[in-house]
Design a protein around this ligand. Structure first.
Ligand SMILES: *Cc1c(COP(=O)(O)O)cnc(C)c1O
Length: 220
């Protein structure tokens, strides 16, 4: 069930800092997403390409769909016509694939670079030290249809608020450095996508520009 009172609180908390709210609708029914739409929301995030495509079919056309989960390269072609922002780009090979198909349909694609900001071992996300190596390459500079709008990160699962705050602060600082060093010609490199149900307040305090909140909006 969509919890409209919680929605209004989180929406207003985001708006008070100028951040945007992506409602994470993975695992939620079309009926519940429609309830959020009827409450006025238009920005939704999904973790799986197939689920995003199926839900988009059944919901109003003015919804802006964000991809927040790992994207397999063989799904890129199907995804691109339907997506507004991909939060979870974590390799050059994926960037290249996006660039190729974006060119094919002549649609520049906005992306965020997902960073690995915790000690947790995970396959996903660029390492802080590795990303600059890619940004320096001619291969990266040759991408034509990818618009890098900023970075995304996920706080450690079950970490203390202090630890999560440090992770978010670190990502914000890193984003500021990237902007100065590599994206000074790209005025649109502005987004820091951090903050979920358990830590969006901390994220907003630490400079999040997009929070991604799911479960807390849909529980009873
Ligand atoms: C599921 C998910 C969210 C939302 O998490 P909640 O705890 O349900 O708010 C945000 N970002 C990503 C990448 C997710 O996979």
């Amino acid at each position: 069930m969509f919890h409209s009172t919680t929605y209004e609180q989180i929406r207003d908390a985001a708006a008070s800092t100028g951040a945007r709210l992506v409602i994470v609708s993975k695992d939620q029914s079309v009926t519940d997403i429609q309830a959020a739409y009827d409450a006025g929301h238009r920005m939704f995030g999904e973790s799986y390409v197939q689920e995003l495509l199926e839900k988009k079919e059944q919901l109003p056309p003015d919804i802006e769909w964000h991809m927040i989960g790992h994207v397999q390269r063989n799904k890129v072609r199907a995804l691109l016509p339907h997506v507004s922002l991909i939060h979870s780009v974590d390799s050059y090979r994926l960037l290249k694939e996006i660039d190729t198909w974006a060119k094919e349909i002549d649609k520049p694609i906005e992306v965020l670079l997902q960073m690995h900001i915790t000690d947790e071992s995970t396959k996903f996300g660029f390492e802080y030290d590795d990303l600059p190596l890619m940004l320096h390459t001619d291969n990266f500079k040759r991408l034509e249809y990818v618009r890098v709008r900023g970075v995304m990160g996920m706080g450690a699962y079950g970490a203390t608020p202090e630890a999560v705050r440090a992770q978010f602060k670190g990502l914000k600082t890193y984003a500021d450095q990237l902007r100065a060093l590599y994206f000074s010609q790209s005025p649109n490199f502005t987004e820091v996508s951090i903050g979920m149900s358990d830590d969006y307040t901390i994220a907003l305090e630490e400079g999040s520009t997009i929070i991604r909140v799911g479960s807390s909006l849909f529980t009873e």
